[in-house]
Ligand binder design. Structure first.
Ligand SMILES: *[C@@H]1O[C@H](CO)[C@@H](O)[C@H](O)[C@H]1NC(C)=O
Ligand SMILES: *[C@@H]1O[C@H](CO)[C@@H](O)[C@H](O)[C@H]1NC(C)=O
Ligand SMILES: *[C@@H]1O[C@H](CO)[C@@H](O)[C@H](O)[C@H]1NC(C)=O
Length: 287
């Protein structure tokens, strides 16, 4: 069933290359290898000329001439030649970085015609969703990392959101804390000015476990630019307590003592019974 749906997915990608769903989203964690799927609907005897770009930035190119990697992608990208000849134009993106997400709305794969290099056909669009995991304990303070140093703006205006809901917002001295987060969230002004838009979330509760996204609003257009996706997972205290109870040796020793005393009492009772038994047998045989 899963195989079937996977093959249907591949079919839908390759049979209608031009009308392919532009909303393929690939989720990848920081540091992992992402595979951006793509398929050309035929086999090639000669290596076809393909190009991946991220909006207007050049990412990777392969042709009979060899390969080219875009700046920022050196040593991290490939479309293996043997796969490409089979029509598999998927991009392998190693060591996924937060910045692979930041600037681009989507990765685009293009096929360049061999006979006429001006004839470029768009094959596929893939969105890459880069997520970083953070884990925190109930009641503790979590720091959700964020860094906007690579963006060229003067006055940082940061927004942390869960979907459309605003959790925290800061522009200079002015800040806003979302409902349910009053008194618990902050991006310190001096940190923000230094390029650090990390969210400090105090007194973490189980209900805080979700996906947080940080945005920097462009000074002129007020257009939000996604900076960071953080998946916060919250560890419950009860789990910790269970772990803790087995750890301290004091309680373990107490347990051992209890076992020793029980065994001693049982042995004594057994000895008394044996003694009574022997004594009765002795009395019976002597009478
Ligand atoms: C396409 O190629 C990639 C590696 O480049 C591979 O991981 C993937 O499994 C291939 N997909 C298919 C459908 O063969
Ligand atoms: C960024 O700010 C957070 C909290 O404000 C802090 O915990 C963290 O150490 C800062 N990171 C850097 C790299 O300065
Ligand atoms: C932390 O949050 C819990 C509810 O989730 C609340 O009962 C408690 O008072 C809060 N503690 C502090 C120090 O704010």
């Amino acid at each position: 069933m899963i195989l079937l749906s996977i093959s249907i997915f591949w079919l839908s990608v390759c049979v209608y290359p031009i009308s392919a769903d532009p909303h393929i989203t690939v989720e990848a964690h920081v540091g992992s290898t992402a595979l951006l799927p793509c398929s050309l609907s035929k086999d090639f005897s000669k290596t076809p000329h393909v190009r991946w770009r991220a909006d207007n930035e050049f990412v990777f190119e392969r042709s009979f001439d060899g390969t080219h990697e875009g700046p920022g992608y050196k040593g991290r990208v490939d479309v293996p030649e043997d796969e490409l000849r089979k029509g598999n134009c998927s991009l392998v993106l190693k060591d996924v970085r937060i910045t692979d997400h930041v600037f681009y709305r989507s990765f685009v794969m293009e096929h360049v015609e061999a006979t006429n290099t001006n004839k470029i056909q768009e094959i596929n669009r893939v969105q890459l969703n880069v997520v970083q995991r953070v884990s925190a304990q109930v009641g503790s303070t979590a720091v959700l990392p964020c860094d906007w140093k690579h963006l060229s703006i003067q006055t940082p205006h940061v927004e942390w959101r869960i979907g459309d809901e605003i959790v925290f917002e800061r522009l200079g001295k002015e800040s806003f804390q979302g409902e349910g987060y009053e008194g618990r969230v902050d991006v310190p002004e001096e940190e923000l000015l230094k390029g650090n838009c990390s969210l400090v979330l105090k007194n973490v509760s189980v209900t805080d476990e979700t996906l947080y996204s940080s945005y920097i609003l462009m000074t002129d257009t007020k257009k939000p630019v996604l900076v960071q996706n953080i998946k916060l997972s919250v560890r419950e205290l009860s789990e910790e307590r269970k772990d803790d109870s087995s750890a301290p040796s004091g309680e373990a020793d107490g347990m051992n003592l209890l076992i020793i005393i029980t065994v001693c009492i049982m042995c004594s009772v057994l000895l008394i019974f044996i003694a009574i038994f022997i004594w009765m047998k002795y009395r019976r045989s002597s009478s």
